[in-house]
Structure formats: C-alpha cells, structure tokens
Write a protein that binds this ligand. Sequence first.
Ligand code: KG4
Ligand code: ZN
Length: 387
Amino acid sequence: MKILAIETSCDETGISILDCQGGLKSPKFKLLSHIISSQIDLHKEWGGVVPMLAKREHSKNIVPVLVKALKDAKLYKVTKTPKTSPTYKKLNKILEREPELLEIFNKILPTISIPKIDAITVTQGPGLEPALWVGINFAKALANIWDKPLIPINHMEGHLLSPLAEKKTGLRTIKKMNLPGLGLLISGGHTELVLISDLMKYKVIGQTRDDAIGEAFDKVARILGLPYPGGPEISRLADLWTPANPHVYKLPRPMMNDDNFEFSFSGLKTAVLYLVKSLGVLNDEQKIAIAHEFQTAAIDVMIKKTTKAIDKFGIKSLVIGGGVVSNKELKKRFKETMKKYPEVDLYLPEPKLSTDNATMIGLAGFFRLLGGAKSKTNFKADGNLSL
Ligand code: KG4
Ligand code: ZN
C-alpha cells in the first residue's frame, strides 16, 4: 500500500511517500520519498514562526514539493491530455481559501498523471491553523481529483510512532512495543506524558501548564541573543561546556518533586531572564554556562517525571518523540537512566524523523488504515487537537 503524506503544521512543508507492507502483526515500510522544505530562514528574521507567513510559504512550496516527492518515488509522469474535467471546477470551491495555491495547483496538477498511490494522509492538528489549512485543503483537492481515500492525522501521534521505525537496509520495520508503554512528547508546542495502554489507545497523564519545552529552549536562546530556532543553538552552546568553565549558575527545576506528571517551564525561562539581566553584557563562557545549566535543569525535570511514571504504571516501553528529542545530551542522559530499567525498552527516533516531517504522518496513517480508518473529506484544521 503506497501512502502519500502531507505535513504543514508549522514551518516545514513536508511530503513523503511510503510503500507500506505487512499487516498489524509485522508492519514495515520503504521510504520512497521524504521531502522537507524548511521556512526557518524566513522566520528567523522575526525571531519565531509568523503564522500568516507560514501559510503563504506553504502555499508557494507545496506543489513543487509534491512534484519532487513524486519524482523521487518514481511516480511522476506527465499526462499527454491535461485534465479539464468537471472535477477541476470543484477545486475552485475546495481551494477558495487558498488563492495562491489554487493558481499554482491549476497550472501544474492537470499535467500530472494520477500516481499509483493508495491513500493520502494529512496533518489535521495540532499546530498553526492557517498553516494546517494549506495542507488540508491541498490534500482534499488531491484526494478529489485523484479519487483517493483521505485520512486526517494527529501530528503528535506521528511523533509518538516514528521512534518505533527501525531502519534496516532500506526497509524500516516497525517495532512492536511491549505494553503498557509511555510516550514522552517534547516539541515546540507540547510537553506531554502519554500512557499507551494498547496500539493507538492513549491517555495524556501530564502536560505543561505553561510553556512547552521546545518553546522554553527557543525563548532562552532569544534571551541569550541566539537565532531561531533556539533548541539547536542552546544545545550547541551547552556542548561547549567543560568543568573548567569558571561560571557556576544554579537554575530552578520547576515542579520536579511535585507528586504529579505536570510540567512548567515558564519559571525556568524567567529565571534565565533575571539571571541575564543581573549579569549585564555576557561573555561567551557565561553564555555557555547558562545554556548548560538551563539544558541540564530541563533534562533533569523530564527524567524525573518520566521515571516516576515508569515506576507508577509498570511501564515496559518508553517512546520519546518531538523535535526536542534531537538534543544529544537529552538522548545520552535518557539512555544512561534507562540502564537502571532493564525491563523497559527505550525507543528514540532516527534524526531524520525527529523534527517535523511527513513520513511520521504517513506512518500514523498506515496504522490508522490497518485499524480500519475510513476516508474523511469534511474535517477541519484543529490547532489544539489532542491525542
Ligand atoms: O517537533 P518539532 O519539529 O515541531 C513542533 O511540532 O513543534 O519541534 C520543534 C522544536 C523547536 O522548539 C526547536 O527549538 C526544538 O524542537 N529543537 C531542539 C533541538 N532541535 C530542535 N531543542 C533542543 N535541542 C535540540 N537539538
Ligand atoms: Zn512536531
């Protein structure tokens, strides 16, 4: 089964094509294409993602990204007789809110032969609604003119499932996790602990009360005068820290010892702000020491809450997903910690599947289809969609 997946929840326009095989017992897939067009350079100027700019960029890029994805998957063929069927008239309605996209769509799509794919999956939420709508309207238009089933996907389910994909000589097998599982979702918009009682059965047991962890990384980077997105910048600075650094700062670990699975990172960020204000102009070693202490504090809290949940719920598998899992120190510390839990399998995503991408949306779609999901055409973008 070939799945074309679309992701536009934030600042990456992603389209992937997966050749999925096996049933629920032994699911696997070959990645035929994995295209990501990043808007980071554009948003950098503003210090963060500007939703309306993101929407405009998605509209501009999504058709070229599709063409590239089809070409990579060797599914791209030009049709000799461009379509002028009435189906195309309907597109004006579907894409009426995306005038820029409609123009590019009308110019290019009729020249593309219907590719041999079996389903289309698209991120429905959570994310920035103007950005989500571009992917959704585009997916609806494609599903309509190509007559393919369409499956809306929760972006966070994509992050949760992508660590289970294990790459072996071109084919990715999807590991069967021992249950109950625990998901730690850490991204620009989310910090959540999710109990996984069965395949696709989730219960959020705790989340952040204020800033998401990725957001805290981004804001602290800004306080230190580093560019957007701040996560990789903080991580790069923190990696330069050595015990010989003469500056020692202590930051709080908010809610770390509270008897719940909630998080709070806004206080940690504010503590960095006050510290920086009290220090005046920072030299490089001071910035490195602050980045290191902030990163250590954030990781300490995540490890404490996660192990607490592992103990309480008798967890057998820990899955960590979302952009912040790209952080090397975080991966290292979790791997070390989990040595004390030999009965728990740890799953981390490969780098390519860590930050936003469409492959994870295809993977979640594959599971949904195996679970009997039916095509939907009348759904809306939902910026706050929960698991
Ligand atoms: O999952 P993702 O790509 O997009 C959302 O769904 O939000 O996550 C993006 C977040 C950003 O806040 C970014 O700063 C953070 O992930 N991030 C990192 C690292 N790489 C990306 N945070 C810490 N360390 C990193 N190496
Ligand atoms: Zn994400």
